[in-house]
Design a protein around this ligand. Structure first.
Ligand code: ADP
Ligand code: MG
Length: 683
């Protein structure tokens, strides 16, 4: 199809320009057409003025005039030529600097010109520094509203406009509609070709708005179709009904080392109800750090196991998988369930044994990392899939694990990151949400304090003090690229400095992401066992580790993190009964950084902090669709276009309801100019 042709097939696009275009993400003619102008940056040249009506405020305007006289060029430090033009209402001087001879030759008396430029007053005429002069030929009309694009390398606006016009000509000859007919009938959007024309070269502002609306809808509609398409198979299939809780699940509940909180109870009731139907559960369990999600997960796994099915729980890091394994083994022990751990880098014999036990159904619950996704991991009857700390896994990864069952599975996604409603709809499809507010009793508020470089001694004396009291301390330093070393303290550097001075004689260790899993494992279990007092690390501990004896968290270069992320880090302490502290070290003591981090010293509420993060850093930073394995949006904005998301979702549901609808959408996606959405559908 023509839109898949390389951009170099357009006249005037050579290798050099192609590289500049590639930097903008444009490889094909279709990519070019979907390269929308910068929002709000159109130049409105639709109103051609008389010379008399030109405003003299230095603004860019457009008018039509005839060449009256070409004046003698002025030489000197800055040579120029002026040309006098006129219309029925007055006179204007056009000033051309630089290549004087070229300008003199370009015009002759009585030429009709269309001129765009900045106007200033000058004697009896008006002065213009033209940015664009067109010789009037035939019925050449005003340029109208011109697009302004993002540029790269040596590209200019005029090049992009010219190529865009060529591409639009191709589209004019053959451009299939990509929205289903019934949606066109209902919403009456601009047709696809008209919308493309108007998003690049709008006839008027009203048409531009309609063009934008169409593409925003189209983008969100396809995204929703994609998400639902993923689920279409599973919706049609049934998942096992685990039935009401028997003695084993009850035993697990009463064997827990604590009473469930009301929030945990409510979440468990909701999950339990889902698991007692054959409609596959799609639920997200949202609870602040330390709210006790693991216990709820344990109950769901027990419920699956009690009715003879297998459950899997996937964690984003090995350390966390290990910790879950320990916790779940303890929690599930009263039920007599067999729990196993599957991570990367296991000894081949051990792994082989585990895989065969899993395939035979000898294992009830498997805890693991991405290693669970490997091809040769086969279940006897997987029926419940739980992923922890959701934001680290993409849609595809989740699907991959669920696909290890021939029937539909129940899925539970656990996350500490509060998710705005629009994002829940965009990224998670129609997941049900269980929200656990509050925390288990006895938790102390973590006292949070801001420090700067000059407090370093004092802060590390505090570290020493906690260690001497028999408590434990985390020190988190950013993992950094070499080029950044100047302004950020690397974990290694801080470790070396402190270990040899103020922390002399204290048991310390250093852990980082590039260590071998076994090494990390040893250090973490030594820390958990209290053999290490102060643990220096990169952010590997960010997710989920639970060491109740830890009472102090020091975060170096705290200004580099988002509030929600710092809140998660802070959640590693205050898990026991002792008063706990979080010391945020600012390397860059700007007012802005201080103001932002002060929010943390005042609030303990993860939902509130995530909202503040959204406000301060924007959605893109925090909720990039890419990290969920979804295509980028070019024109829609998931925070702004809430209503359209809801509408697009309803219509997408209608479309993928039956097989014909799904096939039709698949065909429509083939007709897209770019390939962003094809990945979703070709799975
Ligand atoms: P998260 O939601 O962050 O995953 P965890 O499941 O790791 O939280 O639980 C955090 C801590 O709270 C653990 O030490 C756990 O033993 C404890 N905990 C969980 N539920 C309760 C409860 N109902 N009462 C007391 N402590 C609890
Ligand atoms: Mg957790």
């Amino acid at each position: 199809m023509w839109w898949q042709d390389k951009i170099t097939t357009l006249p005037g696009v050579g290798m050099k320009r192609a590289i500049d275009l590639e930097n903008l993400g444009i490889r094909t003619v279709g990519d070019l057409l979907y390269f929308y102008p910068r929002q709000g940056a159109y130049l409105d040249y639709s109103k051609v003025k008389n010379i008399r009506d030109l405003a003299l405020d230095g603004s860019k305007q457009i008018f039509r005039a005839k060449v009256l006289r070409i004046n003698q060029p002025r030489q000197g430090r800055r040579p120029f030529v002026s040309i006098t033009v006129r219309d029925n209402t007055g006179f204007a001087e056009l000033y051309f600097f630089g290549a004087v001879r070229y300008w003199v030759r370009r015009f002759k008396v009585d030429d009709e010109l269309l001129i765009i430029g900045r106007m200033k007053a000058g004697g009896v005429t008006k002065m213009v520094t033209p940015e664009m002069v067109q010789l009037f030929e035939g019925d050449m009309t005003a340029p109208g509203i011109l697009p302004v694009y993002s540029l790269s390398g040596s590209l200019t606006q005029n090049m992009l406009r010219k190529w865009m016009k060529l591409a639009l000509e191709m589209a004019g000859e053959d451009l299939p509609e990509t929205l289903p007919q019934w949606i066109l009938d209902r919403l009456h959007p601009l047709g696809r070709y008209e919308a493309l024309q108007n998003i690049h070269f709008p006839e008027n502002m009203e048409k531009l708005k309609r063009a934008r609306d169409r593409f925003i809808f189209e983008e969100l509609f396809l995204l929703q179709c994609g998400l639902l398409y993923y689920r279409a198979d599973t919706v049609a299939k049934q998942a096992p009904n685990f039935g009401v809780d028997g003695n084993k699940v009850k035993g697990v509940i009463s064997g827990l080392p604590f009473e469930l909180t009301p929030a945990q109870n409510k979440a468990w009731e909701e999950i339990s109800a889902d698991l007692e139907t054959t409609k596959p559960m799609h639920r997200i369990l949202q609870g602040d750090v330390g709210s006790g999600k693991t216990a709820v997960a344990a109950l769901a796994l027990a419920k699956a196991a009690e009715s003879g099915y297998q459950g899997a729980i996937m964690a984003p890091t090995e350390i966390l998988a290990h910790q879950h394994f320990e916790t779940l083994s303890a929690y599930l022990q009263p039920g007599g369930f067999k729990v196993a751990l599957l991570v990367g880098g296991m000894r081949p014999e051990a792994r082989q044994q585990l895989l065969s036990d899993l395939a035979d159904g000898k294992i009830d619950v498997v805890v693991g990392t991405h290693a669970l996704l490997q091809e040769d991991v086969v279940f006897k009857n997987l029926a419940l899939v739980i992923t922890d700390e959701q934001h680290r896994f993409g849609v595809e990864q989740r699907a991959k694990l669920s696909n290890k069952s021939s029937d539909a599975v129940h899925t539970l996604v656990m996350t500490a990151t509060p998710i705005p409603r629009t994002l829940a709809l965009t990224v998670y499809g129609d997941l049900d949400i269980s929200r656990m507010e509050g925390r288990p009793p006895g938790r102390k508020h973590v006292q949070t304090l801001l420090y700067t470089e000059s407090d370093r001694e004092a802060v590390y004396r505090g570290v020493r003090h906690q260690a001497e009291l028999g408590h434990q301390v985390y020190v988190v330093c950013p993992l950094i690229e070499d080029s950044e070393v100047i302004d950020a303290k690397s974990a290694e550097q801080v470790y070396a400095e402190m270990h040899n001075s103020v922390l002399r004689g204290i048991n310390t260790a250093f852990i980082h992401g590039r260590m071998k899993p076994a090494e990390k494992e040893t250090i973490m279990s030594d820390f958990a066992a209290g053999k290490i007092s102060v643990l220096f690390s990169t952010t590997v501990i960010e997710v989920g580790v639970n060491v109740p004896n830890a009472t102090l968290m020091v975060v170096e270069n705290a200004e580099r993190y988002g509030l929600a992320q710092l809140h998660q880090l802070r959640g590693r302490v205050g898990r026991g009964t002792e008063q706990s502290y979080c010391a945020l070290m600012l390397a860059n003591d700007s007012d802005e950084a201080r103001e932002r981090l002060e929010i943390l010293t005042e609030s303990d509420d993860g939902f509130y902090l995530a909202e503040q993060d959204l406000r301060l850093r924007g959605a893109g930073q925090i909720f990039g669709l890419k990290q969920h394995g979804l295509p980028d949006l070019h024109i829609a904005d998931i925070l702004r276009d809430t209503d359209i998301i809801v509408q697009a979702r309803k219509m997408a549901q209608e479309c993928v309801k039956n097989k014909e609808g799904r096939e039709q959408i698949k065909d429509l996606v083939q007709m897209q100019l770019d390939e962003r959405f094809q990945g979703i559908f070709n799975n």
